[in-house]
Ligand binder design. Sequence first.
Ligand SMILES: C[S@@+](CC[C@H](N)C(=O)[O-])C[C@H]1O[C@@H](n2cnc3c(N)ncnc32)[C@H](O)[C@@H]1O
Length: 230
Amino acid sequence: MPNLAISNKEDLSSKRDTVESRITIGFKERETWKDSSAIFDDHTLQIQGHPVMEDWEDNYMQQLAKVACSQGGIILEVGYGMGISASYIQKEHIDKHIIIEANRDVYERLLDFSRNSKVTTDTIFGFWEECITNIPDNSINGILFDTYPLSEKEIHKNHFSFFSDAYRLLVSGGVLTYYSDEIQDFSDEHTEKLRAAGFKQIDKSICDVEPPLNCKYWNSNTLMVPVIRK
Ligand SMILES: C[S@@+](CC[C@H](N)C(=O)[O-])C[C@H]1O[C@@H](n2cnc3c(N)ncnc32)[C@H](O)[C@@H]1O
């Protein structure tokens, strides 16, 4: 049982730092995300000056992929980024992989990935908010959601607005996981949002991570892996 007082204190300080750095970088009009350049190097992805993805998250992505694929079947992934989780998903025993991505440069890489993928991969370009209603109810066995906040009000909350669609899309017994923005445990607000969407089986594991000291969005040595079942 973690020491909740200490864990919550650390949580608040970590979130304050990352909120400030994202606010300092600033947010442009949402639609501009689609056509902004995606700057890749060997270890990171930046868009509009934001640190969107970094490869120190590799083992976290591996754990998220394992959870998302634990029921096999059709896996929906939201946010392709550097394709790290997508590559892990392809190593699991699944029937189909669907990926939604909102940035055109990243989407070009996703198209290459889908042409060479072992498991059939369907790609969808756009914000998930625009295209999610095209995916039928009760049709998905596992979901891995990992986008990025595109406005100040979404910081540390960009997954919350997806929960009701996740519940609608999953088959009974299907599983949802996502970049949690939590160190060890669900905040009260986080649990409330999951319950409000209909989820009752709310579980987790903890993943050890080693972000570099200059990481602008995470400065703790663990990240929570949500295991949410319908
Ligand atoms: C953190 S990265 C994903 C990292 C990925 N899991 C990996 O392993 O490399 C977030 C991705 O989500 C995309 N994205 C951000 N907001 C989105 C939205 N509303 N709908 C779809 N994609 C979005 C970004 O363009 C970016 O490519």
